[in-house]
Design a protein around this ligand. Structure first.
Ligand SMILES: *Cc1c(COP(=O)(O)O)cnc(C)c1O
Length: 382
């Protein structure tokens, strides 16, 4: 396909397999782990990432992110770890931005020493702060935007330029934005990673990951991936293809709800602060406008100090407490007790994560019902 198609057309059609035998409406599912041998180059096997359903979904992923090629993984972390390891060896160095998904920070702090890989977390997510950490042996700059849980925005174009000047590889975790709202390759980023568990799956029932880049980069990641063995079962690949068909309309509904809720919370007398890149007073609003198509379905907020955030969460009836995010159902958590619970209070304060900060993953429910739920929970926990 030459021209880039519209998002919903890509979601519903790109890569689909044809049911030649029965002319069914959807891609057939090929569960075989064994295929007739054709030649050494093309032997098919699920761990070689080349079964019919994997190849088909990879085409959709590549189209979604305006890349040339893609691989589908068994989890977001399999995609993150395999991509990083494919571009790093002993004595190499990677610069990470400050706030990253916990699993990614843990990969560095718990595993990299064993492999002799050096890493630095920059003091924030600004391009000049990342630049300040570049050393002679730096190979990769790794970013995540919008970040969790404060929704700070990293300037993708500035990072891409920086990596090109220094001959480095840029990688981004694009999970929070989803390909509906942000396409980093258009801004010059080399490698785009998603936890497909989130917006791509969208129904809180699939664990998966993906990486999208040039043919050349994906070939390099594949060489590592086949040895690490992190491919996804074809059954789940097939389910993920089905989920992605509605990703465009799901995420657009989540964007709209999140924008309305951010404004509602911002105007609420019992809410002291709202973090949403779509709000004009968000510190990175202008940058977000430049590089995002819409501002996403994630937002965070702090309640007035007189309200106990745990009590508030318990009082919610519709919005569920949950560790994960991006499902069609609205979920909420306290980062200080969950995702950032292992950090010291001091480290949390340094990152600007207050104990009463709530992270809200906005679903597709009617926004009035979500507002009413928040209102009654505030009343109950005042
Ligand atoms: C969930 C998540 C991951 C990890 O994905 P898994 O599918 O749980 O392995 C990575 N990055 C971000 C931003 C995430 O939200």
């Amino acid at each position: 396909m030459s021209k880039i198609k519209g998002i919903n057309t890509i979601c519903t059609h790109v890569g689909e397999l044809e049911d030649k035998q029965f002319k069914g409406a959807v891609s057939p599912l090929y569960m075989s782990t064994s295929y007739a041998f054709e030649d050494v180059e093309t032997k098919r096997y699920p761990r070689y990432f080349n079964t019919p359903n994997q190849v088909s979904l990879a085409k959709k992923m590549a189209a979604l992110e305006h890349g040339e090629a893609s691989l589908i993984f068994g989890s977001g972390m399999a995609a993150v770890s395999t991509s990083l390891m494919a571009f790093l060896k002993a004595d190499d160095h990677v610069v990470f931005q400050d706030s990253l998904y916990g699993g990614t920070s843990n990969l560095a702090t718990e595993e990299f020493d064993k492999f002799g890989i050096e890493y630095t977390f920059a003091k924030d997510a600004k391009a000049e702060s990342l630049k300040a950490e570049i050393k002679a042996n730096t190979k990769v700059i790794y970013i995540e935007t919008p970040s969790n849980p404060l929704l700070r925005i990293t300037d993708m174009q500035a990072v891409a330029q920086l990596t090109k000047e220094h001959g480095l590889v840029s990688m981004i975790d694009n999970t929070f934005a989803s390909p509906v709202n942000q396409n980093p390759i258009d801004f010059g980023i080399d490698i785009v990673i998603h936890s497909a568990t989130k917006y791509m799956g969208g129904h809180s029932d699939i664990l998966a990951g993906t990486v999208i880049s040039t043919e050349e980069n994906i070939e390099r990641i594949f060489q590592m991936a086949k040895n690490f063995g992190g491919s996804l079962s074809d059954y789940t690949v097939w389910l993920l293809e089905r989920s992605i068909k509605t990703m465009g309309i799901r995420v657009k509904a989540q964007n709209e709800n999140a924008m309305k809720l951010a404004e509602f919370l911002n105007a609420h007398t019992q809410v002291s602060k709202v973090y949403y890149p779509g709000l004009k007073d968000h510190p990175d609003h202008e940058l977000a406008k430049k590089q995002m198509k819409a501002f996403g379905g994630m937002l965070s907020f702090e309640l007035d100090e007189r309200i106990n955030a745990s009590e508030f969460m318990k009082a919610l009836e519709l919005i569920k407490p949950s560790m994960s995010l991006a499902g069609v159902e609205s979920t909420i958590l306290l980062p200080s007790q969950t995702s950032h619970g292992l950090l010291s209070e001091e480290d949390r304060a340094k990152q600007g994560i207050k104990d009463n900060l709530l992270r809200f993953s906005v679903g597709i429910e009617e926004v009035e019902d979500l507002m009413e739920d928040i209102e009654q929970a505030i009343e109950k926990s005042k």
